[in-house]
Design a protein. Structure first.
Length: 335
């Protein structure tokens, strides 16, 4: 569930409005099964100037996942952000690259941790930037299954980086117009990791999201994501497609590689009361070097805003792909 840290996201430091959502969690994800728990979202940009999200969830197998995300403004246009996630869910693994078979799945047991400490400065209008520390770790316990050779995934690695933002969206949770762009550069020295066989590597990522409302209640949303690695990234830093956020018709961690591209499009339509609907299509690929095997995914879903302030959403998505199909009931939009 580590993508949730990225997707929940880089929220613009707006200085107006408040929000609060309380949500019991009863979710379903094909690779993790039924999940239950609770989530709280608070947005207090005027006073005391913070934004907070936390989630605690368990599976029917007794596994757990917890997420803590706090943003605190320390000036008119500067804030600190701390994200922490500890996840004990067993992870599916199909191998590396795009040539994977759904019948070859194995599961990797162990606790995955991630911490992101970030400081952001508003430079000019909607443009901002800031440095970050990105810590990712995994405690290897056991491998279940023999479909593919298991990877070496035990590690504790520290990455250093900078992020640059442009954001003129009208909302950070349910945008109807505007653009959100990020450029991320990450440097991971080999001496900052205990990953076996790992070395120094560099990564660059571009994420462009655009939102347009041609008529009231109808939103066209698009996303382009590009990522490239130089060197040999450790297991936790390699890119993957599949799961509730990217190439949703495939299961989590289905495709893995050093480089990535992804195109996503959604038609979002208000329906009635607190409900809206969405239809989506996606095209993406990961690769070690050259891209040559794109995959597609498409589907539709239902959205519902959450009380008491109805500033956040849960979504129910049905997605199809070439050899897998998925159902997701999860917190937040895909992007």
């Amino acid at each position: 569930m580590e993508q949730e840290l990225e997707e929940y996201g880089e929220l613009a430091p707006v200085k107006s409005g408040t929000g609060m959502s309380l949500a019991p969690i009863l979710a379903y994800e094909p690779t993790f099964g039924t999940i239950y728990g609770g989530a709280v979202f608070l947005d207090r940009p005027l006073f005391p100037q913070y934004r907070f999200f936390t989630r605690l969830a368990w599976s029917t197998e007794g596994e757990y996942s917890t997420l803590f995300d706090l943003q605190k403004w320390v000036g008119e246009d500067t804030y600190f952000r701390l994200e922490l996630e500890v996840d004990d869910f067993a992870r599916p693994y199909y191998g590396e690259g795009m040539d994977t078979d759904p019948d070859d799945q194995i599961t990797l047991d162990g606790t995955v941790t991630r911490a992101l400490y970030f400081m952001k400065f508003l430079q000019s209008g909607k443009v901002s930037m800031g440095p970050f520390l990105d810590v990712r770790g995994a405690e290897e316990k056991e491998v279940n299954g023999t479909g593919v050779p298991p990877p070496e995934y035990d590690e504790m690695t520290l990455g250093l980086g900078m992020r640059f933002f442009y954001d003129n969206r009208d909302s950070h949770l349910s945008p109807t117009k505007g653009v959100f762009d990020t450029l991320t550069v990450r440097y991971v020295p080999g001496s900052f990791s205990d990953y076996k066989g790992g070395g120094t590597f560099l990564q660059a990522e571009v994420d462009h999201r655009t939102f347009y409302e041609p008529v009231d209640g109808t939103v066209l949303a698009g996303r382009i994501r590009l990522a490239r690695s130089w060197g040999d990234p450790s297991y936790q830093y390699r890119y993957f497609l599949g799961g509730p956020y990217e190439l949703k018709g495939y299961y989590t961690n289905r495709f893995r590689g050093d480089n990535l591209y992804l195109f996503q499009g959604e038609l979002r339509q208000d329906l009635f009361w607190i409900f809206s609907g969405a239809a989506f299509a996606e095209l993406g690929e990961v690769a070690e070097d050259r891209f040559h095997s794109p995959e597609t995914s498409y589907g539709a879903g239902l959205r519902m805003t959450l009380p008491p302030d109805h500033v956040a959403k849960v979504r129910l998505d049905f997605a199809w792909a070439r050899d897998q199909k998925s159902i997701y009931f999860i917190f937040g939009e895909a992007f």
